[in-house]
Design a binder for this molecule. Structure first.
Ligand SMILES: [Zn+2]
Length: 146
């Protein structure tokens, strides 16, 4: 909570407010995952999972919480998330919030996030052709991708 506020960002303050009001909840899990996954936001839930193993510093944990909170606000459904294009937009937005809250986050641009999403086993629905069509579609943030 403190790290969220200390990030001095609109996003960090918004997430801290959601937590304070009880609109979202955090479940810390000690489960050790094989894939590098710091958190999860189950569909139709307000309770995110943060994996302690990947939480890192308070700042990094705040970034993870902000990422999952962004997914909460996106109201994702299994069908929407199974769609590569929708999933890619959702993840780019979530990684964007994460790096603004956590200035130490390693994915510093949408382009870096896109490359990471394409390589990660977590997002099999996001293929190179999905990425290419998003880049060509002229949606707002695609301009920053190149
Ligand atoms: Zn995500």
């Amino acid at each position: 909570m403190r790290a969220l506020r200390q990030s001095d960002t609109v996003e960090g303050a918004a997430v801290a407010k959601l937590l304070k009001r009880g609109e979202i909840k955090i479940n810390i899990s000690d489960k050790i995952l094989l894939a590098p996954q710091g958190g999860a936001m189950p569909f139709a839930s307000n309770e995110m999972i943060i994996y302690r193993n990947y939480a890192g510093t308070p700042k990094q944990a705040a970034g993870l919480v902000a990422h999952e909170a962004e997914h909460f606000l996106q109201n994702l459904t299994p069908a929407l998330y199974a769609n590569g294009s929708s999933a890619l937009k959702a993840e780019l937005a979530a990684y964007g919030v994460q790096r603004r809250v956590d200035s130490s986050f390693f994915l510093r641009t949408d382009h870096e996030a896109l490359e990471y999403i394409l390589k990660s086993p977590l997002y099999p629905q996001v293929t190179q052709s999905v990425a290419d069509s998003l880049l060509q579609s002229g949606i707002n943030y695609t301009k920053r991708l190149r």
